[in-house]
Write a protein that binds this ligand. Structure first.
Ligand code: HEC
Length: 275
């Protein structure tokens, strides 16, 4: 009986502790976006991943590496050999090199205080997956939200109405006024605020805005589009062979199904005389 009680208590703790930790992390849930590669039949939107590779090399690789991918592999997304060479040259690399950025760790640490994480597996490494990375890219303050913050800072005190406005703009819990004030002061001091980063402050300044890249295929270049494309690319980078894995899964299931039918027929035949 005691053993059963102990086992139950351990199971209860195993469920409750992560739940409590999750609830206290306080970071808002990133809104879910639609990704063509999700679901059992999903496959990558190759055109989007190709555009996203351009965004990644031209913008993100100024600070981040994507070292599990080699430039040459980008040809799988439809780049020609010439195009791959040009992209690699932008980072001072050749086409057979891994996608490491021009910025080395020491200078990154000097500039940001932390080394920007390698992005090869980022869409799998963070809770919220693709939606989180997308939310981070879109989670910096808009002009209207910055105005609101300035207005509140100028007042000195946070009135009830302002607390409500801040809550919906910045997605922070405004019950704890001292905490909100401390955050606003850091923000006013030039720290980077992001709605979806746990704790809100991160070392990455807003990395891109709409219009920063011109796509060869004429796709619009709003911030949302650029972010959706670069995240599609990063998802591909994290698992370039996902489609093979999914189709192999179907063959295996089909094989097992046929085997089941055959074995059932064999079983009926063997036992037929006994009944
Ligand atoms: C100016 C340099 C710079 C650029 C450009 C940049 N980043 Fe970052 N990024 C950083 C730094 C520094 C961090 C570490 C932030 C921290 O931990 O506080 C970071 C962190 C991140 C994170 C991780 C957040 C987390 O949960 O730890 C993601 C995702 C990310 N960057 C994506 C991107 C993408 C995508 C691009 C290109 C659109 C990009 N970054 C461009 C500097 C940069």
């Amino acid at each position: 009986m005691r053993l059963i009680k102990t086992i139950l208590a351990v199971c209860f703790a195993a469920v409750m502790v992560p739940m409590a930790l999750h609830a206290s992390s306080g970071a808002p849930q990133p809104p879910s976006q639609s990704w063509s590669h999700h679901g059992i039949f999903g496959s990558y939107d190759k055109a989007a991943a190709k555009r996203g590779a351009q965004v990644a090399v031209e913008i993100c690789m100024g600070c981040h590496s994507i070292s599990l991918v080699k430039f040459d592999q980008l040809r799988k997304l439809g780049f020609s050999e010439e195009e791959v060479k040009k992209l690699a040259e932008l980072q001072g690399r050749t086409k057979i090199d891994r996608m490491t950025g021009a910025m080395d760790e020491t200078s990154a640490k000097d500039s940001f205080g932390v080394v920007p994480p390698d992005l090869s597996l980022i869409t799998k490494a963070r809770k919220g997956y693709e939606d989180y990375t997308y939310a981070i890219l879109n989670g910096y303050l808009s002009d209207a939200e910055s105005e609101l913050v300035k207005k509140v800072m100028a007042d000195g005190e946070i009135a009830e109405q302002e607390a409500l406005e801040l809550q919906s703009a910045l997605l922070i819990d405004t019950h704890d006024k001292a905490m909100v004030k401390a955050k606003l002061e850091r923000l006013a001091g030039g720290a980077n605020f992001n709605k979806y980063f746990p704790g809100n402050f991160l070392a990455m300044p807003q990395p891109m805005s709409g219009g920063q890249i011109n796509y060869a295929d004429g796709t619009e270049n709003s911030l949302k589009q650029l972010s959706h494309d670069v995240v599609t690319f990063l998802a591909w980078a994290a698992e370039p062979t996902m489609e093979d894995r999914k189709s192999l899964g179907f063959w295996v299931l089909g094989y097992l199904f046929i085997l089941t039918v055959l074995l059932y027929a064999v079983k009926r035949r063997i036992w037929a005389k006994v009944h």
